[in-house]
Design a protein around this ligand. Structure first.
Ligand code: SF4
Length: 151
């Protein structure tokens, strides 16, 4: 970047549309669509949808996409999420993937998406309930995890 532009300032990207920002940053080794989507979403406040391992896993288990990599999940989903909802969906899928639909031993027994979920192994996995504080119900646990997110 320094060779091309003489400095390490990314502010010139503000003049670019999203597609050209992806094109520009993909030229650099080690920078992929997830990183670029994070730059767009968190640094530039654009309506982007970073797909990390949690987002990829949950969307595949639910059957919303059928892909074998986060990059392919990104390609399949980037144009189908309603405008203005990507940040909220991204944040909630990460919380859901970390707390309920975990990589190992997902908590299917307490999952409100159980009836919608296409994950073939959901029935045979042990039902485990996260240790919750005294008097904390599943509903109050969910309401903590899925706080509405504003952009
Ligand atoms: S039912 Fe299980 S696998 Fe399906 S979304 Fe819920 S936690 Fe994930």
């Amino acid at each position: 970047m320094k060779n091309n532009y003489g400095n390490l300032d990314l502010s010139f990207l503000n003049e670019y549309d999203d597609e050209n920002i992806y094109k520009e940053l993909l030229k650099y080794d080690g920078i992929g669509v997830k990183t670029i989507s994070c730059v767009l979403m968190f640094a530039m406040r654009r309506d982007a949808f970073p797909v990390d391992t949690h987002v990829h896993r949950v969307l595949n288990r639910l059957g919303i996409v059928k892909t074998n990599s986060a990059e392919k999940t990104f390609e399949k989903t980037k144009d189908i999420i309603p405008k203005g909802r990507k940040y909220e969906l991204h944040s909630n899928l990460i919380k859901f993937g970390r707390n309920i639909c975990k990589a190992k031993n997902p908590l299917c027994g307490v999952c409100f998406l159980y009836s919608e979920c296409g994950f073939i192994d959901k029935k045979v996995l042990p039902v485990k309930v996260q240790p919750v504080k005294k008097q904390e119900t599943t509903i109050s646990l969910y309401s903590k995890i899925f706080k509405p997110v504003s952009n």
